[in-house]
Design a protein around this ligand. Structure first.
Ligand code: ADP
Ligand code: MG
Length: 495
């Protein structure tokens, strides 16, 4: 990391400037059909306790069996984080009591995780980035869920989530502002979604963060941190950091000191609250799970997975810029979701057809299509317009068949009614008029009807714009603007 604090990130206090230090532990639910150690299904919204095997319910004598797909997903994620893959890792029991943890321990990885150090390039803007170090990634089971709001006197336990595979991705304390932390989570989520190893759905709790926050005077050693548990939206992560930094600064400036503790974020109040003082590793009495052998695989196994990874966002962005001449801004918007980039490429270089102008394709996809989808609260996967239809509109503009103005009308028709752009133009007579005779006739009418303006135009050539507007209007937007300009200039005697 940079040795000098970025002045932009400093927080003014009564005793001078402060710097916030942030490290995140992200819990990402592994995209898998079955749980980490049982064959029970994983799915959101199933009836309570309908996806629970005897292993997940911790019936005595049940033995966990590792789900190889979860192992592959963890390795793929490690590769996507440019991290060291450990060919031998160990599952440990982390002992604690939760009503929704029937085993009385969580199977996790402690000293020997499946993935070691890596890094993520985080984008602050289309042209600015910084690096966040990854400390480790380990596999562990999720707990069940306690439900307290169904009965005034009883709590219920739903074990559907019990045993679901999580990847805990631990960052180094490399972030220095709420914006940096938010950008990190955004990028990590994008990478996981590209890899297909976690759907990143924060509303369903499939990606959640433990947020570690401390403050210090720039240049000082790290301060004591507090850990805010289970924050489940990117916006809340930012709010929790800002609140927590101010709270800690206030305490220190009042002569107090920070106690290392676990806190909760109250989204309603926008504040953090103490939950418990920080537990230490020895409180959990970690020990290797005697029911599970160490997890071992070899280089060839990893190489095979590496050979099948999809292109990741950074590489895709660089390629879109190089291959299609896109601006970093357009490319960074397109790579935010893999589906957006795929859509763009299907417009710009359709399979088996000649390619289209990349910048024009990006402009149509980003400004027209995404803009319109945004208005409807839809994303690109729910687009009523297919890439071939956008491509068809672009082809009609390129061929001079329709003007830019008509193209937007055409897009609206295609968006709301569907249909083939070329056929719509034909059927509704939307073709641009390039026949100079027809355009001349309209121009003559406009000139004849406005003798005073013709006089003015002789002294003031910028009046040309007014005439172009009138002619376009009279032609129903169909006259070729280039031809209109040329003929008007000649007739009005404007150079
Ligand atoms: P534990 O296992 O007790 O939670 P770790 O050493 O694994 O502790 O650190 C957990 C997280 O806390 C990591 O993401 C790390 O980057 C972050 N962290 C460590 N020290 C600090 C600090 N002084 N300020 C902010 N975050 C920190
Ligand atoms: Mg922790």
């Amino acid at each position: 990391m940079t040795a000098h604090a970025n002045p932009k990130n400093l927080i003014p206090g009564a005793t001078g400037d402060w710097e916030v230090v942030i490290g995140l532990e992200i819990h990402a639910q592994v995209a898998s059909n079955a749980k980490l150690f049982s064959g029970a299904a994983v799915g959101f919204g199933a009836p309570e306790n309908s996806q629970v095997s005897l292993v997940d319910a911790a019936m005595p004598g049940m033995l966990p069996v590792i789900n190889e797909e979860c192992v592959r997903q963890a390795i793929r994620t490690g590769l996507g984080l440019k991290a060291k893959i450990n060919y031998r890792s160990v599952f440990d029991r982390k002992n604690y009591f939760y009503p929704d943890l029937p085993q009385g321990y969580q199977i996790s990885q402690y000293k020997s995780p499946i993935v070691g150090e890596g890094e993520v390039t985080v984008d602050l803007s289309p042209t600015e980035s910084f690096t966040v170090g990854i400390e480790r990634l380990h596999l562990e089971q999720d707990a069940g869920k306690s439900i307290h709001d169904q009965s005034p006197t009883l709590s219920y336990i739903d074990l559907n989530r019990s045993g679901t595979a999580l990847m805990e991705i631990v960052s180094k304390p490399d972030m220095r502002s709420a914006d940096e932390a938010k950008a990190y989570v955004t990028k990590l989520r994008t990478i996981l979604r590209y890899l297909g190893t976690c759907d990143g759905d924060m509303e369903k709790g499939n990606l959640r963060a433990d947020v570690n926050v401390s403050v210090r005077k720039p240049g000082d050693a790290f301060g004591t941190r507090c850990e805010i548990k289970n924050v489940n939206s990117i916006r809340f992560i930012g709010q929790a950091i800002d609140y927590e930094a101010r709270r800690q600064i206030g305490i220190i400036e009042d002569g107090g000191k920070i106690n290392q503790e676990t806190r909760l974020f109250d989204a309603g109040k926008g504040e953090t609250r103490s939950m418990r003082s920080k537990e230490e590793a020895h409180d959990y009495r970690y020990f290797p799970d005697p029911d599970l052998l160490p997890l071992e695989f070899d280089q060839a196994y990893v190489d095979d997975l590496a050979g099948h990874l999809s292109e990741l966002p950074d590489a895709k962005k660089a390629r879109l810029i190089a291959q299609y001449g896109l601006t970093p801004y357009d490319a960074s918007i397109l790579v935010l979701e893999k589906e957006s980039a795929d859509y763009f490429e299907a417009v710009a270089s359709p399979a088996g057809k000649p390619g289209r102008d990349g910048k024009q394709a990006a402009n149509w996809v980003i400004n027209e299509l995404f803009g319109r989808l945004n208005k409807e609260g839809r994303d690109v996967t729910a687009s009523p317009v297919a890439p071939a239809q956008i491509g068809g509109i672009i082809d009609l503009i390129q061929a001079g068949t329709i003007s830019g103005k008509l193209a937007k009308d055409l897009f609206e028709i295609v968006f709301t009614e569907g249909g083939d752009p070329a056929e719509i133009v034909e059927a509704r007579g939307m073709k641009q008029v390039t026949d100079t005779g027809a355009i001349e006739k309209v121009i003559d009418e406009v000139i004849a009807a406005n003798p005073d303006k013709v006089e003015q135009a002789k002294a003031k050539p910028t009046m040309l714009g007014w005439f172009v507007g009138q002619v376009m209007k009279a032609s129903g937007g169909k006259a070729n603007p280039g031809a209109v300009n040329e003929i008007l200039k000649a007739k009005l005697g404007i150079e």
